[in-house]
Design a protein around this ligand. Structure first.
Ligand code: ZN
Length: 151
């Protein structure tokens, strides 16, 4: 089973989404690890990454594109269906990036115009935002209100 690495904060909703992903043994076997917290901006933008809020996970896979595709499809299904793996609930994932594709809750799938994700699948419970995370001195933010922006 892949390890989950988080050096700081981790929201309960991303932790749950990752636990549910671990309940897909064949897909989980293609993931070397999942990295959560990273106090960074989203590449190519000035937005704070959802990782800086502990609200996203990167499922590492540098294999064939089809493996990342399968990981992404699994995560999207768990986000859109009430599954037994998640006690008949949907996960709170809203944003998935893999290869050159993205899926956004309520908007569906489209090409991803940012840096191609060829060595991991991004799994976000919120989007990149101008809000300032605690790791950069931010206060009184709530990532649940950060969904209007993404990067
Ligand atoms: Zn990511």
């Amino acid at each position: 089973m892949f390890p989950v690495e988080s050096t700081s904060v981790e929201t309960s909703r991303i932790a749950r989404a990752i636990r549910v992903l671990q309940r897909h043994p064949k897909v989980a076997a293609t993931i070397s690890r999942v990295g959560v917290f990273d106090c960074k901006i989203t590449a190519g933008t000035t937005l704070n990454s959802a990782h800086a809020f502990g609200d996203a996970g990167d499922a590492m896979n540098a294999g064939p594109a089809a493996e990342r595709e399968r990981i992404a499809r699994t995560v999207i299904r768990d986000a859109t269906h009430r599954t037994r793996r998640n006690r008949l609930r949907r996960t709170e994932v809203v944003f998935v990036i893999w290869n050159d594709r993205q899926w956004v809750r309520d908007h569906g799938e489209s090409p991803y115009t940012g840096v191609a994700h060829t060595n991991h699948v991004h799994i976000g419970c919120s989007f990149s935002t101008h809000l300032v995370p605690a790791c950069k001195g931010g206060r009184n933010y709530d990532v649940r209100y950060a969904n209007g922006q993404r990067g």
